[in-house]
Design a protein around this ligand. Structure first.
Ligand SMILES: [Zn+2]
Length: 411
């Protein structure tokens, strides 16, 4: 089946100036022609964009699809199967928000990704980390002071290998287990964090040797690593070991930014995550651990300052929200903060399209509107280059196409 979208103001995701009066031709799941001088093939279904903006479906490089804001009690009372149905709800909300691909940073097993691939549930196409490796007592160890282990991001069993590991042998085996379980990326926690019960964001976690083993084991399978990294030392350990993307990056210093630039390391800011921690705490007092509220308040200003400097330095910033910390489907709010931190609206869009596709390793198929790539695209009622916030308004996303399939048509 051939579809032509005509009369489009085209933002192709590459950062190029918008093209007016553009036509995009879609054959089955892929784009076959795009540009200002493209003729509509005879027999094609025509969607007249009426001069509205056509842009690539957005890509969120850091979500937790099976996780949503919930109190400790609620989490304890939720069986994994029920959690999976919440995940299906979250996946649809994400696609409804114009996010056509995501990288899941932990918690989502292979079977969930397969359900989307097979069309059983609507959702963004996924790359998954499956779980997130943590040292004992580290950011991914959800053992509470009582001794009870609350699995925040995962169950336990073949779909979710053990994630709390120490020393070269355990680390090596864990990476191999995650790869066996379908991991597209290896996620590790190289510092403490905000939501964990017993560490601080500035703490350094895993030794450089342990991280180097993870990177090498991932590389042996053609994969790369992403690190939750907030404190400066832990960021440096991850970058120097060859981790490909730094998540959060609260305390970047000049030295590590220079090294990230040299290596092309991605930075995934997740600026909305701390905002949602405080919103959750306000909306449902007691639903967030008291130490998490304290830590969030302590880091927020430094986080914003760090990302502002990274943008000024020209690091490769890829859009990521940590959705799951906040509710799913509000992803585009993140871009408003990139603009506040110094990006142009076009740069913010590119962070969620071209750069994000490179971070998630799907640039051959997605990220820009080019012949040969998947027809993952949006029609926006409004000009995101004039006001990036229009992308947050679902009523202004008039059309969502994913892999040539129309998910929403409110034209
Ligand atoms: Zn996360």
């Amino acid at each position: 089946m051939t579809t032509a979208i005509t009369n489009a103001t085209l933002i192709d995701g590459s950062g190029a100036d918008p093209a007016h009066n553009a036509t995009i031709v879609i054959d089955d799941e892929r784009i076959t022609q795009v540009g200002a001088n493209v003729a509509v093939p005879t027999g094609a279904d025509v969607i007249d964009a009426g001069g509205r903006t056509v842009m690539p479906g957005m890509i969120d490089c850091h979500v937790h699809m099976l996780y949503h804001p919930a109190s400790l009690q609620e989490r304890l009372l939720t069986p994994p199967t029920l959690q999976t149905f919440y995940g299906a709800r979250n996946a649809k909300a994400t696609l409804d928000a114009g996010i056509t691909s995501v990288r899941d940073a932990g918690g989502t097993p292979q079977g969930f990704k397969m359900a989307i691939d097979r069309g059983l549930i609507p959702g963004p196409r996924m790359k998954i980390a499956v779980t997130a490796l943590s040292q004992t007592g580290g950011h991914g160890d959800s053992t509470m002071a009582s001794g009870v282990r609350v699995r925040a991001l995962s169950g336990l069993g073949p779909e979710w290998p053990e994630n709390v590991v120490d020393g070269p042998d355990e680390v090596r085996k864990a990476v191999r287990s995650i790869l066996r379980a379908g991991g597209d990326f290896i996620k590790l926690m190289s510092t403490g964090g905000v939501l964990s019960p017993s560490d601080e964001p500035g703490h350094t976690q895993f030794t450089p040797e342990e991280i180097a083993i993870m990177v090498a084991e991932a590389a042996a399978a053609g994969k790369t690593c992403m690190a939750h990294a907030q404190g400066t030392e832990g960021i440096k350990n991850a970058v120097n070991a060859g981790v490909e993307s730094i998540e959060h990056g609260i305390w970047l210093d000049d030295e590590v930014m220079a090294e990230m630039k040299r290596r092309g390391t991605f930075l995934v800011p997740t600026l909305v995550a701390p905002i949602w921690v405080l919103r959750n705490a306000e909306k449902a007092p007691g639903s967030v651990l008291p130490q998490s509220v304290r830590k969030t308040k302590e880091v927020m200003a430094d986080h914003t300052a760090s990302i502002t400097r990274a943008i000024a330095e020209g690091l490769r910033v890829a859009m990521g929200t940590d959705s799951g910390v906040g509710p799913h489907g509000y992803n585009a709010e993140e871009l408003e903060h990139y603009v506040a931190c110094g990006m142009t609206p076009m740069q913010a869009i590119v962070s969620a399209t071209k750069v994000a596709s490179e971070c998630v390793h799907i640039q051959k198929d997605a990220g820009t509107l080019e012949a040969g790539k998947y027809a993952d695209l949006l029609i926006i009622d409004g000009d995101p280059l004039a006001d990036i916030k229009v992308l947050q308004d679902k009523d202004r996303i008039a059309l969502i196409v994913q892999g040539g399939r129309v998910h929403k048509n409110a034209m």
